[in-house]
Write a protein that binds this ligand. Sequence first.
Ligand code: NDP
Length: 293
Amino acid sequence: MKLIEGKPIAEAVYRECLETFAMLKEAGHVPGLAVVLVGEDPASKAYVGSKERKCQELGMHSVKIEKPAETTQEELLAVIDELNADDSIHGILVQLPLPKHLNEDEVIMRIDPAKDVDGLHPVNIGKLAMDDPSGFAPCTPSGCQRMLIEMGIETSGKNVVIVGRSLLVGKSLALLMMGKGEGGNATVTVAHSRTRDLEALTRSADILVAAIGIPKFIGPDHVREGAVVIDVGINRIVDASAKNGSRLVGDVDFDAVAERCEAITPVPGGVGRMTIAMLMANTIRACRLRAGL
Ligand code: NDP
């Protein structure tokens, strides 16, 4: 069994980022990322904090906009309008989920597609569906694909089963993996909560991706011998033996499944590492595209 670790692959992405960054800096451009956080959700705060730290580590311009949970739709749209008009900002990310009273779709649609480094604007999702590489692909799915490419795992002609159909992960990853680019050309099936006989379906997968949001949902009965397993899930569970009383686990029961697999991602230390790396790569690319370099 090979462990597919996120860290070395993310570092390869950061090395590429730094090369492009140096070229941009020489030409007088500094990539800028704005992250918008509404409310006090602790997990969202932690994600925003790590995005900010990574921007600073890379020497990028970084802006964090924190708004109270009772922010109105109009106020949030006005923030997006300002960022769209700000020339020092090349990427805008609105941390999801937003508080329930806000309309996420309208907010995402307000972002200038050229600054939509999260890749969720309909223009960018449309380009993904059209196999047009000029758009931005969502970060977690493109991180998963990059892991497969870097590990030399063939995807062409392979049966890929993705459990989870969110736009953020499952559906977008399906588009990427059935696309005609590198890490694509797979035969993709997307499963969800209404799928019948999930175990039989997932056992047909050469590459199984779990993006469900239920701790350790995928067990040995879901995985065929010799499969590659990508675990996107990040779930915090109570663990009295852990330092702070909880720990992170994936959607795959790693200990029960790992020995059957040809390769598998751990949680933490797997896909999670890739998401921020791809966000930085998208932001630097947005700056490069604007600079026409
Ligand atoms: P969503 O809740 O948006 O989607 C979950 C999907 O899983 C839905 O399509 C749902 O089906 C499906 N599902 C739920 N229960 C079952 C079931 N019993 N059988 C089959 N399918 C089921 O979650 P996300 O896609 O946003 O996230 C998925 C996981 O990935 C979470 O653990 C999240 O924390 C993690 N994540 C990790 C990231 C990273 O950087 N590594 C980034 C983003 C997310 P239906 O549509 O029918 O309800």
